[in-house]
Design a protein around this ligand. Structure first.
Ligand code: SF4
Length: 694
């Protein structure tokens, strides 16, 4: 600060990293951003922040940013810097030819969970109203799509049930497949504060996470399950609750479908769900399962928080529904301190789903087959909306390899690095005639692009993000876009180059359109956000101030629905060649594939991905602390250094995926969730062997 001068003004905005959605004051000296200070009245963070958010502005100023559009005829040619006009003419000509030669379904888009609601809304509108298909998908495909499916089926809407304040009334927290200390640090500090006051903790995770070391907390249980066995463990907890008579029957009689409950109770009472049978499958001791189930059922307020360790499995959607069953069995829903709460990884993953990014849903989670919903958009957009769902990301790539899908506009995502089976992603991209990458940096996906459109950082735009508690926070322009246009303007340029005739002059107008078409946003305006600071959807005539807690008097779908959740083992098996199971996660100072955090001071704290391996497994392989190892699976191999720890159980290894040198996704499989195609990142059979390095 001394070097940059004393701040003379501040702009209130929202962190663009994780789903906590912390409010910050961006403090400036003239036009120079001096520091980011957490805002004490921010309703998600209450004045706290983590190292990611504090130093986020570093990447906005990074010299790696590309500030001018670039084009090339084919991906083996060098890039050519061009004006925005020329870039748009080139892109429109290519897209028009592809549409003429291959039909309207040969084009698609991928929205970004890093961009604003308004930007996401425009990208899916580009697909539906300009390309005239539903080929729109989002990176939520590879993280929380099972949450959308599972909570939609059981409760009727795809969103966390609580606000973050609710944790202050929790008596027992169940944390499943999440490591909030690293992934959602400010929420973790709020949870840890409650634990230090004596709240109890149950953790379902193959790895021993930091929360388990919280001093002065109440009783705690770690259920170190074998990767891939979430459904079996959650079902065992439900088995104990049902067979020991710990069910909240008053809640079920008044709030749930009782016929479905009767069917479920019979199913879950079967001996195959008993703790003893489950111990054999999962490695979690039966006594621990019983104790944890009894504690959750007995807690006055029990809250479940979960992360990608739940969703990124072949049974991701099944686990989400099993978790919902558990909450309904014990009546832990609809009041403070309870609920089912997905911890969203990215700043606007909730919003990108809300805004209709999925190929089967228009904004507000309404199916494209629903004629009434289509009519709302058709009358406004003056087009016919395709009633058939479009392609998901993996299907777009498959169709590209088959030769029927030819053009993709990717906003703010590096699918080559973040999606599973890197070789298949590369093959799909290489087979397309027009790949448009719209990003801050020349990312790995851009190696396969014909058009590069420079993106704007969160500091250079107006808009909104929606965090994990459904809170719509304002994002405000701290500095002018360095590339000349905010991302929503770039999408508008592209749409208009294709003849759309859009004329938005400010994102507030896009929000007006969202409110006019999407019932859960009906009362959301920038004026309201200015007045309240933020609001949680649904925000409409029934809830003019927004909705901190959902499902208070009844579920969105009416009666809560118990769904039978049978455990089915993943097809990914260990064997003599690949005897260990790899699972993955994050570290506090880095964010996702690291494109932003590696370009900030955070990189000094963690500049490489390490493989965690148990001392037994390390000794068996002659691996010592810090040694280079070769990590190989049936899909591929990579090289990284090892760290030896008993945080992981024997037979399990763990790594992060922040650095492109590691390319952890080279080894992951192409198995995915049965309902949503969310990739099974969390279970890969691998072998580890000493190596001389990369
Ligand atoms: Fe808050 Fe998450 Fe940003 Fe950290 S990364 S400041 S917890 S929003």
């Amino acid at each position: 600060v001394a070097e940059l001068g004393t701040p003379d003004r501040a702009v209130l905005t929202t962190c663009a990293y994780c789903g906590v959605g912390c409010s910050f004051k961006a403090e400036l000296n003239g036009d120079k951003l001096v520091r980011m200070t957490p805002y004490k009245h921010g309703k998600a963070n209450r004045g706290h922040s983590c190292v990611k958010g504090r130093f986020a502005y570093g990447y906005a100023e990074h010299p790696d940013r590309v500030l001018n559009p670039m084009i090339r005829d084919s991906i083996d040619q060098p890039w050519r810097e061009v004006s925005w006009d020329e870039a748009m003419q080139f892109t429109a000509a290519r897209l028009t030819k592809i549409r003429q030669d291959h039909g309207r379904k040969a084009l698609g888009v991928i929205t970004s969970s890093r961009c604003t609601n308004e930007e996401t809304y425009l990208v899916q509108k580009l697909a539906r109203a300009v390309f005239l298909n539903n080929n729109t998908d989002t990176c939520a495909r590879v993280c929380h799509s099972p949450t959308g499916y599972g909570l939609g089926q059981t409760f009727g809407t795809s969103a966390g049930t609580q606000d973050f304040d609710s944790v202050e009334q929790t008596d027992l927290a169940v944390v499943i497949g999440a490591n909030p200390t690293d992934g959602h640090p400010v929420f973790a500090s709020r949870l840890r504060k409650r634990l230090r006051q004596g709240a109890k903790l149950i953790v379902l995770d193959p790895r021993r996470i930091d929360l388990l070391e919280t001093p002065h907390m109440g009783d705690s249980w770690h259920l170190p399950l074998r990767p891939g066995t979430n459904v079996a463990v959650v079902s065992a907890l439900a088995h104990v609750i049902v067979t020991e008579g710990l069910v909240d029957m008053d809640f079920i009689r008044t709030r749930c479908d009782t016929d479905e409950f009767a069917h479920y109770a019979e199913f879950i009472s079967a001996p195959r769900h008993s703790p003893e049978a489950t111990e054999l499958l999962t490695g979690v001791p039966a006594a621990t399962l019983r104790a944890a189930a009894r504690a959750y059922a007995a807690a006055p307020n029990g809250a479940i928080y979960y992360g990608l360790g739940v969703t990124e499995h072949s049974q991701g959607s099944t686990t989400v529904m099993a978790i919902a069953n558990l909450a309904m069995l014990t009546g832990n829903i609809g009041r403070p301190g309870t609920g089912v709460n997905p911890l969203r990884g990215q700043n606007n993953v909730q919003g990108s789903c809300d805004m209709g990014s999925f190929p089967h849903e228009l904004p507000g989670y309404r199916h494209v087959k629903d004629a009434e919903t289509r009519a709302i958009f058709e009358s406004l957009w003056k087009v016919k909306i395709d009633p058939e769902p479009g392609l998901r990301i993996p299907n777009m790539l498959d169709a590209a390899v088959e030769g029927t899908f030819k053009a993709l506009y990717v906003q703010g995502e590096d699918i080559l690095q973040s999606d599973p089976d890197t070789h298949h992603v590369a093959a799909g991209l290489a087979a397309m005639d027009c790949v448009i990458v719209h990003d801050l940096f020349l990312n790995e996906t851009a190696n396969y692009a014909h058009v590069f459109l420079p993106g704007s950082s969160f500091l250079e735009k107006e808009g909104t993000f929606t965090n994990a508690e459904r809170r719509i926070n304002r994002v405000r322009e701290v500095m002018k876009p360095k590339n000349g246009y905010a991302d929503w303007e770039v999408t508008q340029l592209l749409a208009n180059a294709l003849g759309a005739g859009w004329h938005y002059t400010h994102p507030a107008q896009i929000m007006e359109e969202i409110a006019a078409t999407t019932p859960s946003f009906a009362n959301v305006t920038y004026d309201l956000l200015e007045e309240k600071g933020s609001v949680q959807w649904p925000c409409n005539d029934a809830a003019p101030e927004g909705t901190p807690l959902m499902h208070v008097d009844g579920f969105v779908r009416g009666k809560g629905r118990f769904i039978v959740t049978e455990y089915v083992a993943t097809d990914e098996k260990t064997g003599p060649r690949f005897p260990l199971l790899l699972t993955t996660g994050r570290i506090l100072s880095q964010y996702n594939v690291g494109a932003q955090t590696r370009r900030t001071e955070n990189n000094a704290w963690h500049d490489e991905d390490l493989l965690e391996i148990h001392p037994f497994d390390a000794e068996n392989r002659g691996v010592r602390e810090g040694d280079w190892i070769r990590l190989a699976s049936r899909s591929g191999e990579t090289t990284l250094r090892a760290t030896i720890t008993d945080r992981v159980s024997p037979g399990v290894v763990y790594t992060t995926f922040h650095h492109p040198d590691t390319q952890a996704n080279v080894v992951t499989t192409d198995y995915s969730d049965w309902a949503t195609n969310c990739p099974e990142y969390k279970v890969t059979a691998v072998q580890v062997a000493p190596s001389n390095g990369p």
